[in-house]
Design a protein around this ligand. Structure first.
Ligand code: ATP
Ligand code: MG
Length: 251
């Protein structure tokens, strides 16, 4: 059974049809890429899935729930996390503290004491374990005591993933996670994502423009143009697809 399914999803902005009958089906534990030229509706689609925007038609189901009319807080509670181009971090907290905030395990001020191991109580110890496990899976555990505003752009992305995982996310919707990040770190971010999908059964739907770097890490690709899915398939199939080439050339 797919973890996320869309049927005939529509979105209209002031008379302009931006999502024009989207059908998609995603299986758990796989890495999906969503590609397409500027303005084709990619960001709008993940906004509609996550509940940041309301759909104007169609149906979205996630993990057995009809989420079509759910807002972002509700989809988040069901295990769906949406990451942003600019990571939403508490800059004056450390990497570990930022992750602890996301665990939902911490009562009150416990994250503030995270650095002082001898003061942990039962729940706090549990929260720290969850946070450190998420940091390890996201390949940023070695930075746990660093202040978040000292991280590079790429490290901030890793921390964003760690926060989502610490908050029990089962699916991550990511809008251009490697924008502005150097190729070496971009590759390691996608490497981490692929490993996490394989070993923790987390599903990723990733909007990406830098196909030269990203496509090799996708299990399956959806290509959009003008509000429609114009092609879908493995990376090799997508590269060979005439409609994809045409939409990128603007024909
Ligand atoms: N809040 C909004 N109000 C009105 N129109 C919008 C709004 N958000 C997006 N649009 C329009 O919807 C269309 C799709 O935009 P969207 O941002 O989803 O495209 P995109 O594929 O993410 O593009 P890009 O690759 O540039 O990020 C565009 O024509 C855009 O101008
Ligand atoms: Mg966009």
């Amino acid at each position: 059974m797919p973890i996320l399914e869309m049927t005939n999803v529509r979105k209209i902005f002031g008379g302009q049809t931006v999502l024009d009958g989207i059908d998609m089906s995603l299986d758990a534990g796989r890495v999906y890429h969503l590609i397409g030229p500027n303005g084709s509706g990619k960001t709008t689609l993940i906004n509609v899935i996550s509940g940041a925007l309301e759909a104007d038609g169609g149906r979205i189901t996630y993990d057995g729930h009809d989420i079509t009319d759910m807002r972002m807080l509700q989809t988040y509670k069901l295990g769906m996390a949406r990451t942003f181009q600019i990571p939403q971090l508490f800059e004056n907290l450390t990497v570990l503290e930022n992750t602890l905030v996301a665990t939902g395990e911490n009562s009150g001020e416990s994250y503030r004491r995270a650095a002082f191991h001898n003061t942990w109580k039962g729940d706090e110890g549990r929260a720290v374990n969850i946070a450190q496990d998420a940091l390890a899976k996201s390949k940023i555990l070695d930075k746990q005591q660093i202040q978040s505003d000292e991280l590079s752009g790429g490290q901030s992305k890793l921390l964003e993933v760690a926060k989502a995982i610490a908050g029990d996310a089962r699916i991550l919707l990511m809008d251009e996670p490697i924008a502005g990040i150097n190729p070496k770190l971009a590759h390691s971010i996608f490497e981490m994502i692929r490993t996490m999908a394989r070993t923790s059964n987390v599903t990723f739907l990733i909007i990406e423009h830098r196909l030269d770097i990203s496509l090799g890490y996708a299990d399956y690709v959806f290509a959009m143009d003008r509000g429609k899915i114009v092609a879908s398939g493995t990376p090799d199939e997508i590269i060979a697809d005439k409609r994809v080439a045409e939409s990128y050339l603007g024909k």
